[in-house]
Design a protein around this ligand. Structure first.
Ligand SMILES: C[S@@+](CC[C@H](N)C(=O)[O-])C[C@H]1O[C@@H](n2cnc3c(N)ncnc32)[C@H](O)[C@@H]1O
Length: 264
């Protein structure tokens, strides 16, 4: 319920398109989707938000099913589907229980949201195991996470009154902030160190085939990036795509994306 309440205040629909610096995450993600998602494949988008990637994949002729815990997001996606007269199956559904879906039934599963909203390792593992169960052997699962090393600067840039030793300790030592904490600046959030999330996925017997910083340095340098011309932004994107897999960039990125394969 906390998550549903928090997202009432958040404009998820425009999050990735409102500024150039935010577009970096979107462009980097679709650049990665293009490598693994092909016409005719069956995709489950878990934690789809208002479906920015579901809609992209539908445009590329995939068979898309989109689920999210927040009814506001699914309702808005349903409106867009109706306006565009396209066919995407949607459902309000918790990533912790995908029992509506059969074992081994999707070529691709996107899990780009739930892991950074689940506060403990047990729930995170359950979500990962459900994604593994529904994807076909050799199928692809993509997981997004938020790095602890970008969060503190982002939080205090938004409001300098948030600065406190307690906030530093929560983010860096505990890796999580609960909705009802006095230090909460968004909602229930868990922050994964890039090497920690790799270990969790490997422990779940997934093969890691790609790991990239989806926004990299773009949020830190947003004031410069947001004033770029189209030509300058093209150069920034070329630079970002060249460096976004470098280990020293991963932790400094706000979002990370890991592409995994279910072993046979
Ligand atoms: C920041 S949005 C990301 C949306 C989209 N996947 C993207 O990458 O832009 C995170 C989404 O994950 C959803 N979410 C979080 N926990 C979830 C859960 N346990 N089950 C299903 N959806 C969940 C939220 O409701 C929200 O729509």
């Amino acid at each position: 319920m906390d998550l549903i309440e928090s997202y009432k205040e958040i404009d998820e629909e425009n999050r990735l398109q409102s500024t150039l610096s935010r577009r970096v995450e979107y462009l980097t993600t679709i650049n990665t989707l293009d490598k693994y998602c092909f016409s005719g494949m069956k995709c489950l988008d878990v934690g789809c938000g208002v479906g920015i990637y579901s809609l992209y994949l539908k445009e590329h002729n995939l068979d898309v099913t989109s689920i999210d815990l927040v009814p506001k997001h699914i309702n808005r996606l349903n409106e867009i589907i109706k306006q565009k007269n396209i066919n995407i199956k949607t459902m309000v559904c918790n990533a912790l229980n995908l029992s509506t879906f059969k074992d081994n039934s999707f070529d691709i599963v996107l899990c780009m949201g739930p892991l950074y909203h689940l506060l403990n390792n047990s729930d995170q593992n359950q979500c990962i195991k459900e994604c593994i169960r529904v994807v076909k052997p050799n199928g692809i699962i993509m997981f997004s996470y938020i790095s602890p090393f970008s969060v503190f600067p982002c939080a205090i840039r938004g409001d300098i009154n948030r600065i406190s030793n307690e906030l530093v300790d929560k983010i860096i030592d505990n890796h999580c902030i609960e909705f009802n904490s006095p230090y909460c600046f968004w909602t229930d959030n868990y922050f994964h160190d890039p090497s920690e999330i790799e270990k969790i996925l490997i422990n779940n017997k997934l093969e890691i085939i790609d790991h990239l910083a989806t926004d990299g340095q773009s949020i830190a340098f947003q004031n410069t990036i947001n004033q770029m011309t189209d030509a300058e932004f093209d150069i920034w994107m070329r630079y970002h795509l060249k460096i976004c897999r470098n280990k020293s960039i991963l932790g400094t990125s706000n979002h990370g994306l890991i592409v995994t394969r279910k072993k046979v």
